[in-house]
Design a protein around this ligand. Structure first.
Ligand SMILES: C[S@@+](CC[C@H](N)C(=O)[O-])C[C@H]1O[C@@H](n2cnc3c(N)ncnc32)[C@H](O)[C@@H]1O
Length: 195
């Protein structure tokens, strides 16, 4: 859940390779403009955050991840952009985002939703920091049956992850909620903060 130690390094290396197609897809789908402010929840090794920062030349990339190892790794990777104030990475999780209301134009969480302890509250928090009409992109690794019991997220454990997440988005003030298809074995969910 929070990569650390030797196996955390191994896990990070694997994520870079196996999640590259998700990162590339998310980068295209987010259609980042020069001045965009983009939030990434659970940024892992920072591979996507760096791509986003390259595109948002006059904007900002913010991110939270509860793993110290992932924070250090992603900070190294985005050093050049952090120096210019274009990237702000913080140790933390989806439930408390240290930015003011309506900071971001877009938000993305790739393969991290399943680890959120309280997804309903977390979505409310994400909605708070999004601007009206701001886009949220979730990539959810799909399970053929119910997910493992050790996952903290009750929706991911239930085997109803996609339907449950779509419902939760609608219940928590997102509009235009859509299942857009799949990238690899991951479902693509999008929604917008109501205007
Ligand atoms: C499977 S990795 C995915 C990393 C990256 N998004 C990617 O696709 O390569 C899951 C990440 O979510 C982070 N994470 C775990 N619990 C979290 C939470 N409650 N909120 C935000 N991120 C969390 C982990 O530390 C880890 O970096």
């Amino acid at each position: 859940m929070q990569p650390h130690g030797f196996w955390g390094h191994v896990f990070g290396w694997l994520m870079d390779r196996f999640n590259a197609s998700s990162h590339n897809f998310a980068f295209k789908r987010l259609e980042v403009h020069n001045s965009d402010r983009v939030l990434e929840i659970g940024f892992g090794t920072g591979r996507l955050a760096r791509k986003l920062a390259k595109a948002a030349r006059d904007g900002l990339v913010g991110g939270v991840d509860p793993s110290e190892l992932m924070l250090q790794t992603a900070e190294k990777r985005t050093r050049k952009f952090r120096k210019k104030g274009r990237v702000e990475l913080k140790l933390g999780d989806a439930s408390s985002l240290p930015w003011p209301d309506a900071t971001f134009d877009k938000a993305a969480a790739l393969h991290s939703f399943q680890f959120w302890r309280d997804p309903a509250c977390d979505l409310v928090e994400i909605r708070r920091v999004l601007k009206p009409d701001g886009l949220l992109l979730l990539l959810l690794r799909t399970h053929k049956k119910a997910g493992p019991k050790w996952l903290p997220n009750p929706i991911s454990r239930s085997g109803q992850e996609i339907a449950g997440a779509l419902q939760l988005l609608t219940d928590n003030g997102f509009v235009g909620t859509r299942l857009e298809g799949k990238v690899g074995s991951s479902a693509i969910l999008t929604a917008r903060k109501a205007v």
